[in-house]
Design a protein around this ligand. Sequence first.
Ligand code: NDP
Length: 487
Amino acid sequence: MENYRDQLIDGEMVAGSGPEFTSIDPYSEEPWAVFTEADESDVDRAVQAAARAFDGWRRTPGQERARLMNALADAIERDVDRLAEIETRDNGKIVRENRNQIQFAVRNFRYFAGLADKITGETKPLDSYTTFDFTTREPIGVCVLITAWNSPLQLLSNKLPPALAAGNTAVVKPSEFTTASTLEMARLAIEVGFPPGVINVVTGAGRTGAALVAHPSIDKISFTGGIETAKRIAASAAANIVPCSLELGGKSANIVFADAPFDKAVAGALGGIFAAAGQSCVAGSRLLVQEPIYERVVSAIAERAQQIRLGNPMDEQTQMGPLAHRPHYEKVLGHIADATEDGARLVTGGAPASELGGLFVRPTVFADVDNLSRLAQNEVFGPVLAVMPFTDEDDAIRIANDSRFGLAGGVWSNDITRALSVAREIRSGIMYVNTYRTSAAQAPSGGFKQSGYGRERGTEALADYTVVKNTMVDLTDKVRDPFVLGR
Ligand code: NDP
């Protein structure tokens, strides 16, 4: 059993004071690593360390913050193979994809390092010529960064680099199911010389996260996870008037018009739902297909889904691994049962791949799904696709927007005017046209509606980790009337 009992608090790796917990490899279903839970006293020490480090870090020149962030990026890149294998043991995602996502995390660190010395304000021309006015963008303080289990380092790299670049300090809590790679990153942060307290990592489950978001000395929360947890966190943030960013789930509509590039659209639809075994926030889990090509698309997707290679996620040839943990696996099977009960037509899959052991669910396609049914309205976060027909643009837009979520969406059409007109009407924060599940450090990402608020990546993310200060300077020697508002 690998020993991950230590957490990063105030520059040192120290054991948490709470009970031990283990991570179970979803492929072998054996425990492979042991951790300790941070209790309230550990959480308090981590927050206090981050608060003490804040003044020094915010005054550190952007160039120096960038140097340390780039050094951490280099160390993560050096260790990418090892870190990817660790994540695969924790969450069962294929090692190729974890490697790819960790490389993306490296890119995020470098992108935000590049911005660390370019955070500027504005000068404002006021009505009064003799009053000079300028704004500065200042760091907020201690940021609590809480991540989900599907892409631990990649999700963290959407939060930690912009927070650090802007001069904030951080207390990170990874998911209890995928703690190891974040602790490895913590060790690398010590190795490259981050000052004590700038980055802290506490480990544990919901109890640890709850203690963290309720701590009176935190200044900002950024959370990636599910809606129910998000509601609790937002309530905690409200109680202390702490700003909060929420990156939540989705039920994204991938819309295929009859004039779409057929093979490209089928490949995009397939990857949109079955990559990462569907455990992706932007998964294109509702496939809307225009009537003339509906049956042809359903057949093509089903045929391709049956050919997906399931197996050991460490094997470079595997295309889909097991689901990340048993409670989640049971939940996904529950969604499949609901869809069957609600009358959707099962085209392929719909069952565990029991012969493989582990927590495998076969790539599943349901056709003729009613958009008001449970399968169409609830996030499965697994390899389950809901396909439904539509007639024209208005019908597609109506169905796509009939959801409480608004994270992502796709439009496939060779008519760019049609594609962009439809994309414009979809109430989602991320749209893809003739592509799906593409990411870039420069491109902002986040939701509409119950998919959350706040933006990650891009310069928009920096805005989320800064607060605007306005300063006015009187350039005259005039003594003003103290009893009327100066203008
Ligand atoms: P959860 O909401 O269960 O957990 C997310 C994180 O919050 C975990 O670290 C969890 O700890 C922690 N947590 C749990 N309870 C509390 C609490 N009361 N206070 C503070 N923290 C708490 O989500 P999952 O981990 O199951 O992740 C799946 C969800 O994440 C999906 O809905 C998915 O759509 C969403 N997601 C969104 C993304 C986006 O960018 N929009 C990207 C990826 C996923 P622990 O796990 O240890 O209990």
